[in-house]
Design a protein around this ligand. Sequence first.
Ligand code: ATP
Ligand code: MG
Length: 409
Amino acid sequence: MAGKVQAPKGTFDVLPEGAGPRLRLQHAAEELLGRWGYDYVETPIFEDTELFARGVGETTDIVQKEMFTFDDQGGRSITLRPEGTAPVARAYIEHGMHKRPQPVKLWYWGPFFRYEAPQAGRYRQFNQVGVEAIGTASPSIDAEVIGLLADLLSGTRGLRLRISSIGTPETRREYSDELREHLRAHEDQLSDDVRARLDANPLRAFDSDHAGTQAVMRDAPRLLDRLGDEDEEHFAQVRALLDAMEIAYEVDGTLVRGLDYYTRTVFEFTSDALGAQSGVGGGGRYDLLIEQLGGPATPGIGWAAGIERILLASEAEDAGERLDVYVAHSDDPLTAIYVASRLHRRGKSAQLEHAGRSIKGQMKQADRLGARVVVIVEDGKLAVRNMATGEQQEARDRDDAIALAEAVA
Ligand code: ATP
Ligand code: MG
């Protein structure tokens, strides 16, 4: 016999028993984001590699190490999308969305791909929900999108929100020189990785989990103390707005995000229920991205959150969906399917027997499914059983059975 084919490393199947909380989260996201006026968008699962090289940044971990990139049969370089902001920004430009009333507020949900070492909460195909609000630099939109994510994550254990501002590229360039000097002075204590990127991207040293690097970073200068006046004012307003929304946060000057396109506000939600992979969701402002991708200069802000990590850190027990009615029958599928379909039209959940079990076997099956009521069709007669009390009533005909079942379920 041939060997079994298994799912690729770092991927997973969503099985029926695990699907409930995931679908409920999707519903909750759709409702919440819809109420705030965010419209749903979908972009392709794969894009031209250039989009991510330009949009995410050549020096980032994502572009340097984590992309699933291949040439298609036509010789184009294609990449499975590792994140959602660059594709949405591309769509904004491609469809001239700057002509719509601004800001354009969008949300998405779907699979993303990163070539990473798989572990709990870290996969090669995972799912994200995200929002992008494009077309305004107003600090109130920063507070709005952060508030949305706080709301969506309200059922998450041990949740913390950290925020910071990383200013403009000019501020960052000057600060990078200052930081590089500090790092050079302690070069022997740094990880190889950080040393290799010292020239290109010294800020990433804040992200390092290397003990020596972390020690050096503890007394490094902070970008937050170097912001220009306008950026500082913008950040002060974001904080005041979050205070007005009564959202708890910590200002953390060491917060850097893994993507090059961020400007000004950055933020991250973590959960202490997740262990090492503590990031649940995060994002920031990207005032230069649209222009960098060839569009008109347009500010924007967004976030993405990992569905699997939200589910792992969720407080909610899965209550499971209960079944209203099970229709058991010995030899009358016509009546059984009539009863089940009518109950559906009346808004009840109903299932009928398809496996040819004995009536006793069907009662067991109804019990397993948590049915509130069983309609029993046997020898030309109909009965309705209340599964909670064990009470059973004869029904005059099929419509009477439906009415009785409806009254109990
Ligand atoms: P991490 O620090 O864990 O690598 P990140 O900074 O790379 O996260 P983002 O690019 O900000 O993550 O993506 C937003 C969210 O997507 C993360 O907070 C996390 O919940 C989720 N996420 C990112 N990478 C993965 C992955 N490989 N598997 C599962 N979820 C992921
Ligand atoms: Mg990552």
